[in-house]
Design a protein around this ligand. Structure first.
Ligand SMILES: Cc1cc2nc3c(=O)[nH]c(=O)nc-3n(C[C@H](O)[C@H](O)[C@H](O)COP(=O)(O)O)c2cc1C
Length: 401
């Protein structure tokens, strides 16, 4: 607590000094990573996915950061074995004290008891909580989506199975005494319901991964070429980064809306600065997982962001995260209750350069250009406001009738 502002949050009895968590991924694979994250003030880390038995999909990482689109995509990724991850958790617990450590795990054997055994091993290694990977779209979900037949149901496949998911969650919750976090996929369109099932089965927290499978831009002159270096063929890739924010906010909003104010929800997807973190909190997140930004820029930007968060909270009159969590909910109207004012677009001819951009709007017949002068017919204007956004000279504004 500083200056009456408390940014800590409580996840199932574990106090996180702030809501910033390094999301499971390539920046949480070693003890050094965790130590660096602690030094930079992060509230917690989720260790890179460990699969038992040994990962059936684990290739040298192939990533692309498409700067223009602000989109990260990966097709190949290296997972951890349980042995490596257990070692990291055990050693990191000995050399850190202010950061919470959550191993991200999945079990892929035939006997469901394997989940329990795996979770217990991590509990014994000192994990603050267990994070169940019900989200990765780049394992069995990718295989089935790209036409391969597989019996496996890991990551996003299991996370979108509303029958099997709660059985697995309950089994683990009943067997360990540390909090269980369920990280869910939006694939399948039922993330809010999957969150509900997980919470009903006893999970201490749920969250959304935001990642979706997609295809990055195709080179139309060389369509069989791949955008990935040192990789022969193209496949569906796992998408993340700032471009995904609107979808990620929806995931968080839906989970909060459906599950009420008492559940602990972790949001993720394109969080890279103060504003994107606050937006997640306002749509319902208690904490945020951040991965892509830590891949591109490391951990050290967080202290400044935390300072900015405290200043922002002071200016806004918030003393805790809870004060502005869900703030948006009161203001999200259902589609039928939307209040739409009557109005039209008005052009300021002193600013208009007659560039013609607004003359070609396909759905609009209210804008004409007699003698190259932009004219908007107020009586037929539907007030959609596309012309305002398209105008390079900022010469058009909406006015209320
Ligand atoms: C390269 C890469 C590897 C990832 N590996 C994991 C993982 O092992 N387990 C997991 O639950 N999430 C994993 N994620 C998902 C991230 O933790 C995060 O939830 C997601 O990417 C959205 O946040 P971001 O836009 O900040 O990356 C991975 C993401 C990326 C980009």
């Amino acid at each position: 607590m500083s200056n009456g502002i408390d940014i800590s949050v409580n996840l199932g009895g574990v106090t996180l000094r702030n809501p910033f968590l390094v999301g499971s991924g390539p920046t949480v694979k070693t003890v050094d990573h965790i130590r660096q994250a602690e030094d930079s003030g992060w509230g917690g880390v989720s260790v890179k996915l460990a699969i038992d038995p040994v990962p059936y999909l684990s290739l040298p990482p192939r990533y692309r950061w498409l700067k223009k689109q602000k989109l990260h995509i990966f097709t190949a990724e290296q997972r951890l074995t349980p042995g490596v991850s257990l070692d990291v958790v055990e050693k990191a617990r000995k050399v850190t004290k202010d950061i919470a450590i959550f191993p991200n795990i999945t079990y892929d054997g035939d006997d469901p008891e394997g989940w329990v055994k795996l979770a217990k091993r991590f509990e014994n290694a000192g994990a603050h909580g267990i994070e169940l990977n019900m989200c990765c779209p780049n394992m069995s979900f990718n295989l089935t989506t790209t036409g391969e037949s597989t019996e496996k149901a890991t990551g996003a496949s299991l996370g979108s199975d509303l029958v099997e998911l709660p059985k697995v969650v309950k089994k683990i919750v009943d067997s360990v005494s540390i909090p269980v976090i369920v990280k869910l996929t939006p694939e399948g369109g039922k993330i809010a319901q999957a969150a509900w099932q997980s919470l009903a089965a006893g999970a201490a927290a749920v969250g959304g991964v935001a990642n979706r499978l997609g295809m990055a831009d195709i080179d139309v002159r060389n369509p069989m070429g791949t955008i990935y270096r040192l990789q022969d063929s193209m496949t569906l890739g796992c998408l993340s980064g700032p471009w995904i924010r609107p979808l990620a906010l929806r995931d968080t909003y839906e989970m909060r809306y459906y599950n009420g104010p008492d559940s602990f929800i972790i949001g993720s997807g394109g969080v890279s600065d103060l504003s994107s973190a606050v937006q997640q909190i306002m749509t319902g997140a208690d904490a945020v997982w951040i991965c892509t930004e830590t891949m591109l820029h490391g951990f050290d930007w967080l202290p400044k962001t935390i300072e900015k968060l405290k200043t922002y909270m002071k200016e806004m009159g918030y003393s805790s995260i809870r004060d502005f969590r869900d703030l948006l909910h009161k203001n999200v109207a259902d589609a039928s209750g939307l209040k739409v004012h009557d109005g039209y677009a008005q052009v300021d001819l002193d600013k208009c350069t007659a560039c013609g951009l607004c003359w070609n709007i396909g759905h609009c017949s209210s804008i004409t250009h007699p003698e190259d002068t932009t004219t908007i017919d107020e009586s037929t204007c539907a007030a959609c406001s596309t012309c305002v956004d398209i105008c390079a000279a900022r010469a058009i504004a909406m006015v209320e009738r």
